[in-house]
Design a protein around this ligand. Structure first.
Ligand code: M6R
Length: 598
């Protein structure tokens, strides 16, 4: 994972590097560090913890330096410690890396056998190997080429040599962009972090090797590279009046869903529909692929497609799909990848794998500048705007909306939906923001639920049909930001094992839309109450209140909008419970926003 930054030939390096690093902090926040560079000198400062801690350690102005490389880490190999923090540097070389070097143990055996010290991390290994190689290879380009030839894994490196004052950039698998403004050159794992600094941009391709000397950029493997004008993103990195990004992002849902729906209501679909028709002529199924929250969007899509279309649909965790045999020549599946960031390594690798087997792909993403967009046949955007909180909220509901719209298009093309049904369902989608606004105004249930959770040892989410994936999502939200043990179950599965978990210290949250399964889910609640468990029910219809059962009545739902209506209250209770627990809500322990390692 991790985020890397480089600023070559510029001023105000401290302010700029901290600013860019803090925008990359969503990629990991275990440790951070910078190397300031100039006049054959390297000055490195690292800290365990967040960028704010590094900022406190940068006491001087560093005006005498003209360049800097920096890093924010999500630990993979080696514990979280100052020793394992990047940059790895001495007075000759400094390097930062985003990614994993898979063959680092082999490299240690081959090049560092004489080394006494225990080398914990893959990147420290690379640093030490580079030092060894540099004893024999003087020419820096040859040295870098040699290094590249012995590395296995997915990575992006920035490497600075003090004697020649050159910076090299290497990319294989992990994202890296280079931007320019006048005589200054900038690097970042995420181009949007460079917003205020660059006029032109180039996204490195796998295999690219670049050298920056003073402000001159040479592409050592590819002469045809062209910088393109950079369009500033409209994304803001501010919490406004909110205490955390997460709660701000929950509240933004009505507006971002409205914007997303506007896009899907416009003429865009005329174009897209033609492409989709062509794809569907040669396809007999869809496979939805994602990780974490995005996988829950895949599961919800499966219910939508099964209800409104006749197409075969299945879902895959990206991390599993990558290692499956998909060489089935008779299958003409279209693979649909869902990713907020468009950079999740497992999803990206699954996309590349599927492409290499000749399948068509669609990406649904919130990041139109991302690597996945460059890999897929077609991109469907969500307009959630930048999501900073590690817990995905508005990105998830925008994914659901894009998927619901896609489903209705397929339904029309395949003649499963007539135009009256289609228009009615589209109207339901347009009404979602106003229903969510109503939910945002109902805050009377939150304290009570926070209290119930505070005295519980675990919380289970139970639901059926198209809100079952929302139970999984509710559980993921709660565990990731409050660290409470939680799981999501399909209501009908309770009696097949999970009900053994129920006792008086367990809270169960049942999502119970008013549909043909309403009574079945009521029975689930009764069975839990009968075993002394506490039950909270979210529904648009009361079941007739019972002892120990706390009901929250939500706006009336339809099949297509129910996943949205049942998601938002779960996001809110996770947030307020975590607030009560005092956890680090926007940057929960052990996590990162964008999982860019395998
Ligand atoms: O950027 P992506 O949508 O590909 O991220 C996938 C997951 O890592 C992500 O959804 C994760 O599960 C959420 N941050 C959890 O809230």
């Amino acid at each position: 994972m991790c985020g890397i930054v480089g600023i070559i030939n510029s001023n105000e390096l401290k302010v700029k590097s901290l600013n860019i690093l803090s925008k990359l902090e969503y990629r990991g926040y275990d440790s951070a560090g910078v190397s300031f560079l100039s006049n054959k000198k390297i000055k490195t400062i690292t800290e365990v913890g967040k960028i704010s801690k590094l900022s406190k350690s940068l006491t001087s102005t560093y005006d005498n330096f003209h360049s800097v490389i920096g890093h924010t880490r999500w630990a993979t190999h080696g514990v979280v410690s100052k020793n394992n923090a990047h940059p790895f540097s001495d007075q000759k070389i400094s390097l930062v890396c985003n990614g994993i070097i898979e063959n680092y143990k082999d490299l240690q055996k081959k090049y560092l056998a004489h080394y006494k010290k225990n080398i914990e991390s893959d990147v420290e290994t690379v640093f030490l190997v580079l030092k060894e190689l540099s004893k024999k290879i003087n020419d820096k380009y040859k040295l870098i080429k040699k290094l590249k030839s012995i590395l296995r894994g997915n990575y992006a490196f920035l490497i600075y040599f003090s004697d020649t004052e050159e910076t090299y950039a290497l990319k294989a698998g992990s994202p890296l962009s280079i931007g320019k403004k006048m005589n200054s050159v900038y690097f970042s794992s995420d181009p949007s972090a460079l917003d205020e600094y660059i006029y032109e941009i180039y996204h490195l391709h796998d295999g690219d090797v670049l050298r920056v000397s003073k402000s001159e950029v040479s592409f050592l493997n590819n002469n045809k590279v062209k910088f393109l004008p950079y369009q500033q993103s409209t994304n803001k990195f501010s919490k406004g009046d909110f205490k955390h990004f997460m709660i701000k992002e929950i509240h933004e849902q009505p507006i971002v869903l409205k914007n997303t729906q506007k896009y899907y209501d416009k003429d865009y679909f005329v174009d897209f529909r033609d492409k989709l028709k062509d794809l569907l002529q040669e396809s007999n199924s869809f496979v939805f692929v994602g990780c974490g929250t995005a996988y829950h969007a895949c599961l919800t899509a499966k219910y939508y497609f099964e209800k409104f279309t006749s197409i075969n649909v299945s879902c895959e965790y990206a991390s599993e799909l990558r290692y499956k045999n998909i060489n089935n020549k008779n299958s003409k599946a279209i693979y649909i990848f869902i990713s907020q960031s468009g950079e999740t390594m497992d999803t990206l690798m699954a996309l590349k794998y599927v492409k290499s087997k000749g399948f068509n792909s669609i990406v649904i993403t919130n990041s139109l500048e991302s690597t996945m967009v460059r890999e897929a046949n077609i991109t469907l955007p969500t307009f959630a705007m930048k999501e900073i909180g590690v817990a995905s909220t508005k990105a998830f509901t925008c994914q659901l909306l894009a998927l619901a719209n896609l489903c209705l298009e397929v339904g029309v093309i395949n003649k499963n939906l007539n135009s009256k049904e289609y228009l009615k369902l589209k109207k339901d989608l347009r009404n979602i923001p106003s229903k969510l606004n109503k939910i945002l105004k109902m805050d009377n249930y939150l304290d009570k639920i926070v209290n119930l959770l505070s005295s519980a040892k675990a919380c289970y989410f139970i639901a059926r049909n198209n809100v079952f994936p929302i139970a999984l999502e509710g559980s993921l939200k709660l565990k990731e930001i409050s660290y409470m043990h939680s799981e999501g179950f399909a209501g009908g599965e309770m009696k097949h094992g999970p009900i053994a978990l129920i006792d008086k210290e367990v809270v169960s949250i049942c999502l119970n839309p008013n549909n043909e399964l309403f009574e079945k889910s009521n029975s689930n609640c009764e069975e839990i109450l009968a075993r002394g468990g506490k039950v909270i029910v979210f529904s648009s219809k009361t079941s007739g209140s019972k002892k120990n059962l706390f009901e929250v009545i939500l706006p009336k739902e339809t099949y297509i909008d129910a996943p949205f209506i049942y998601t938002m209250p779960l996001q809110l209770i996770s947030y307020y419970y975590a607030l009560n627990e005092g956890t680090d809500i926007d940057q929960p322990r052990n996590l990162a926003k964008s999982v860019t390692v395998e």
